[in-house]
Design a protein around this ligand. Structure first.
Ligand SMILES: [Fe+2]
Ligand SMILES: [Fe+2]
Length: 285
């Protein structure tokens, strides 16, 4: 396969942080200064709880086919981490409703489109391949969350100063754990016999669905946050297209996934994981 794995396997660690969500104010949300990115993060938060439960289902559907003891225990840790992520984002989304940022209809639209229409019917029509496709979509989405996590944790402090401090703590913790378990779904996919074409088909579906939902969610969120002023628009464009540039990072990492010999551990995140494990462990929450 030509895979060059540079990073060692890291066993995901389940943490149960408690965040003072009641302190998040309407004026801040995820942070006001970069409105498009703030709106984008808010729209993702809405997709996380049910999305992460889908990840757990699709990985667990293959756990009996995995003989490797290390990977089996990583599956448990992966499911544990994603379950806590789902619960924290549920509470965060409830807090958003309390402060007037009500995205429940967006969440409903996502669940209807993805679970009621796609997941249910594909699994009914193609029970074996459907399970495989669900896992490949999960592996692709996990690559996306690891990419987003790496991008956010690599930003210099002055670039994250605009983010609300409580939501930043949630981002730090969630991003760290996404990096820790970035290879689990992918390894389960490969070790259970998943091939290249369904793998990239899963990424193609994930990109289109996530792209559509993120764009619709971001536009809807902007109505809550208020349309940005010209200064903010310039800052947003720089954030998305300047250096380090969120857009370029996403395009690069999505294309990388289509490489035949791709593996999540081709990217070495050990220094970031070590740094943020300490930060998250010493956090007051
Ligand atoms: Fe997660
Ligand atoms: Fe994840």
């Amino acid at each position: 396969m030509g895979q060059t794995i540079v990073s060692e396997r890291i066993h995901p660690q389940i943490r149960k942080p408690k965040f003072p969500l009641e302190k998040i104010k309407r004026e801040s949300g995820f942070g006001k200064k970069i409105p498009f990115f703030t709106a984008f993060l808010s729209s993702l938060s809405v997709l996380f709880p049910e999305g992460e439960r889908f990840f757990i289902r699709s990985v667990k559907a293959f756990q009996n086919e995995i003989q490797d003891e290390t990977l089996r225990s990583e599956i448990k840790a992966f499911a544990g981490q994603e379950a806590v992520h789902g619960n924290v984002h549920d509470k965060l989304n409830e807090r958003f409703v309390e402060i007037g940022l009500d995205f429940r209809s967006h969440e409903k639209m996502f669940c209807w489109l993805f679970f009621d229409i796609l997941e249910k019917n594909i699994l009914k029509l193609f029970p074996v391949w459907g399970k495989r496709l669900a896992l490949s979509i999960t592996a692709a989405a996990e690559h996306f969350t690891a990419t987003l996590g790496r991008f956010l944790l690599s930003l210099p402090p002055e670039k994250v100063a605009w983010i609300d401090p409580i939501t930043w703590k949630i981002i730090e913790w969630h991003s760290l754990e996404e990096l820790e378990h970035k290879a689990v779904a992918f390894d389960v996919y490969q070790k259970s016999g998943g091939g290249y074409f369904t793998r990239i088909f899963g990424m193609t579906i994930a990109v289109q669905l996530l792209g559509l939902l993120a764009v619709v969610g971001t536009v809807r969120a902007l109505f809550y946050f208020g349309f940005p002023n010209p200064k903010q628009i310039v800052r947003d464009i720089r954030f998305f297209f300047g250096s380090p540039g969120f857009t370029w990072a996403v395009i690069f990492y999505i294309l990388e996934y289509y490489y035949w010999g791709f593996h999540p551990n081709n990217e070495d995140d050990q220094a970031l994981i070590a740094k943020f494990s300490t930060i998250v462990a010493s956090s007051a929450y």
